[in-house]
Design a protein around this ligand. Structure first.
Ligand SMILES: [Zn+2]
Length: 108
């Protein structure tokens, strides 16, 4: 069992870092943000923070990675397809509908 903090994600900016932080906390994963300007600073977080990373407890890293993988896929996939049966939208990278697990029909 380890309660060491480990870096789970490098964000492009503080807005993205806070999106990721929110996703992890929603999943019950405690996390915090670290950035160069944050070190030792208890005041306001600069909005233009250049380098922010998201840190989680080492024991939570596998769970965090799963969420981050989904986040990256949703971020990189511009193409989307709509499921025939439940009408949910899926990223192009998904072969099965995330909602009802129906296979994607390419002809649809
Ligand atoms: Zn579906």
């Amino acid at each position: 069992m380890s309660f060491e903090w480990v870096k789970a994600f490098d964000a492009e900016h503080s807005v993205e870092a806070n999106i990721v932080k929110g996703m992890l906390e929603h999943a019950g994963i405690h996390c915090h943000l670290r950035g160069e300007a944050l070190q030792g600073a208890l005041g306001e977080i600069p909005f233009t923070e250049a380098s922010v990373s998201v840190w989680v407890y080492e024991i939570k890293l596998p769970a965090a990675r799963e969420i981050l993988l989904e986040y990256r896929q949703s971020k990189t996939s511009t193409q989307k397809w709509q499921c025939d049966s439940c009408k949910q939208w899926n990223p192009e990278s998904f072969d099965l509908c995330w909602s009802c697990m129906k296979e994607h029909d390419e002809q649809a």
